[in-house]
Design a protein around this ligand. Structure first.
Ligand code: DMJ
Length: 673
């Protein structure tokens, strides 16, 4: 179009270079000739034909384009370089991010080049995913893992910050690791001081316990097999006559109800697991899954249902990894919470778990000190597992309050506390037996559970043991057995409940955890006394309460038994302490003493048609007067501690990883040793 128009208009205007050049090129002269010489000559001729102005403009344009070219080449180069680098960086980051997500932040190295950085975690790609826990059955070697800190580091910057934080945390931790000494008790540096944690630990789901790669199982010995046989016999009675009910009445081949919640079955779950009774465990699990209902208009005792039901469900959850038990634990835990709605926050003794109402016993507004201070291990663990701090808050508040109360005698506490005023009542009576016992036990055990940081608990425990030494220890005649008596308004009584026999085990546990060595000495003397409470009795079984002779009299033993106290309820405390003593000393005499006790249970309390029974008279071997009741703690505690006592596998429910609640349900120590 352009060339046709230009031709029609006559000679071109020379100022419009492109038109002129195009026109001549297109039309040409003498036809098509594309030789190089011709093209050179032709170009030069054309150039010469241009006006000076045209030549200047063309030169200027070339010069301008040249300058532009140089500039854009330089900046393009930079841009290209940065694009290339960026893509390399991107590649590196993509490679590193997943690694950083996987890496344990505690071992993050100093920043390095990408390649060598990668090389520091060769094992990460090989890391096995955690084994699913649901559905595991049978006894196992168990290991508790410290709560994982899942730091999702996405950038190098985050990595550096995380390292800085770790260094900072490490410094803080080191500062806090100072030696503390409390009246002769030296606590190892790494066990000391940090204010009580009202803070909830990260929720652990599904469980903080993982089954280790299975070691060769330690074969069961004859005594353990005898415990399994005894357990099976007891279970048979329960299954045949009391299935799903609270307690077996083995003689009348029926049952009794307390809360109507299958107490024996729940209390026995973790024993079934530990003893390896898979079939029975499965049956019991099925009952829990289909028949255990807490939505019932029934009054339960807060303490008893916490230690037996909540404790039993939590430990079974930990051992089996089966979330059914955690769900049930949450349910009962929530239903027990109304107990804490009191003016003082000291919980009522009873809760209606269906209605959500709580109340003290009909005749008083007092609660028992042991009861309100022995529910902490369980509620604290429930908070840790669920991430819901309300459980721990409620029970920690009780401990903090009791810590501040007056009315103690060198750390020894009265037996009652008022739910309105929050003050101790019935002052002046001090015992390590009924109504106070597990207060002392839980001081130490909470301290261990929480990683030995809650100093108030330790302080109260150490002070109390000093109080025991000062006010309650005496020696009997003729054997000079050291025993723990009672103090009533300044008067010493040589009375000792069998319940007090938890103390040697607790003292030994404290010593094992770094407390004063003289606690271990005391534990050794006291367990001897507890054993004598069996050995000096006609049936070889301890009565509920003994009185020690303080003065030697011809023909008298150390132990005196009053008619009202000569029953035996199949209680666990002595066997429990024997278990701790054997674990910490390896002295076989403790196993032998336990074996004697088991044989005497078999001799005097075993009911041929199934089950074991409490008896009324430990002093009459020909007629021990069966009471027709098998307490749930016989399966939950007594036989479990027997089995563990006879085991030479010190890792079977390791005492460095688990803390047993007062009903023998093992719960994980949050920071295992
Ligand atoms: C159990 O329920 C618990 O051990 C509690 O602490 C005391 N009484 C019984 C066993 O004797």
């Amino acid at each position: 179009m352009y060339s046709g128009a230009a031709a029609a208009a006559g000679p071109p205007r020379r100022d419009f270079i492109s038109v002129t050049l195009g026109q001549e090129d297109a039309v040409g002269v003498g036809g098509y000739n594309n030789s190089k010489a011709w093209r050179r000559r032709s170009c030069w001729r054309k150039w010469k034909q241009l006006s000076r102005l045209q030549r200047s403009v063309i030169l200027f344009l070339f010069a301008f384009l040249g300058v532009c070219g140089v500039i854009s080449y330089t900046s393009m180069g930079e841009a290209w370089k940065s694009i290339t680098n960026k893509s390399l960086d991107d590649q590196r980051t993509e490679q590193e991010v997943p690694r950083l997500k996987l890496a344990n932040p505690a071992v993050l190295p100093a920043p390095q080049k990408a390649d060598s950085y990668r090389g520091d975690y060769p094992e990460l790609s090989l890391q096995k995913p955690p084994k699913p826990l649901h559905g595991r059955r049978g006894p196992s070697k168990l290991q508790i893992k410290a709560p994982r800190r899942d730091m999702r580091l996405k950038t190098q910057h985050d990595t550096v910050r995380a390292v800085e934080e770790l260094v900072k945390a490490d410094k803080v931790e080191k500062t806090e690791k100072s030696i503390i000494s409390w009246r002769g008790a030296v606590i190892e540096p790494d066990q000391s001081t940090e204010p009580p944690s009202s803070k909830i630990m990260e929720p652990e789901k599904p469980s903080s316990v993982e089954v280790e790669d299975q070691k060769e199982p330690v074969p069961l010995n004859e005594r353990q097999l005898a415990v399994i046989e005894a357990f099976r016999h007891a279970w048979k009675g329960y299954k045949d006559f009391a299935w799903g009910h609270d307690e077996l009445k083995p003689l009348s081949k029926s049952y009794s109800e307390w809360f109507g919640l299958g107490l024996t079955l729940i209390d026995a779950l973790d024993t079934l697991w530990i003893l390896g009774l898979k079939e029975e465990f499965e049956e019991a699990r099925k009952w829990v899954a289909t028949d255990l209902v807490f939505d019932k208009n029934v009054d339960v005792n807060l303490f008893e249902s916490t230690i037996r039901i909540l404790g039993g469900l939590l430990s079974t959850y930990h051992l089996s990894g089966d979330s059914l038990f955690l769900e049930k634990a949450k349910d009962i835990g929530n239903r027990l919470m109304p107990a804490f709605k009191t003016p003082s926050k000291i919980p009522y003794s009873d809760v209606n778990i269906g209605r959500g109402t709580a109340h003290p016993p009909r005749w008083t507004s007092d609660s028992t000190v042991a009861e309100v201070t022995s529910i902490q291990l369980e509620f604290r663990e429930l908070s840790r597992l669920t991430g819901d701090e309300k459980f721990q808050k409620a029970v920690d508040e009780v401990m903090k309050h009791v810590h501040t109360l007056s009315g103690k005698n060198d750390g020894l506490v009265p037996m009652f506390i008022n739910t309105n005023s929050g003050q101790f009542t019935h002052l002046g009576v001090y015992t390590l037996g009924a109504r106070a016992d597990s207060y002392y036990e839980y001081l130490l055990k909470q301290w261990i559970q929480g990683g030995k940081k809650e100093n108030e608990l330790l302080e109260d425990y150490m002070r109390a043991i000093e109080g025991v030494k000062k006010h309650l220890l005496q020696r009997s005649e003729p054997k000079k057995l050291t025993f723990v008596g009672e103090l009533a308004h300044g008067h010493f009584s040589a009375k000792m409940d069998h319940l007090v026999c938890f103390l040697p085990g607790t003292l030994a546990l404290g010593a094992h955890n770094g407390l004063a060595a003289d606690h271990m000495k005391l534990a050794e003397t006291l367990i001897e006394t507890c054993y004598q409470m069996y050995a000096q009795v006609e049936t070889g079984l301890s009565p509920e309460i003994v009185h020690f002779n303080l003065h030697a009299q011809k023909g008298h033993k150390d132990v005196e038994i009053k008619p009202a106290d000569r029953h035996n309820l199949l209680r666990p405390e002595t066997v429990e302490s024997l278990f701790y003593m054997y674990r910490f000393t390896g002295d076989k005499k403790y196993q032998d003493w336990g074996w004697e006790i088991l044989q005497n249970f078999n001799r005097y309390t075993r009911v041929p048609t199934g089950g074991y029974t409490s008896i009324n008279n430990v002093q009459n071997p020909s007629n021990p007067e069966p009471r027709d009741k098998m307490e749930s703690f016989f399966l939950g505690e007594t036989l479990k501690y027997m089995f563990l006592l006879f085991s030479d596998d010190m890792d079977l429910i390791s005492l460095d990883k688990y803390i047993f609640n007062t009903e023998a349900h093992p719960l994980p120590i949050w920071v295992p040793a």
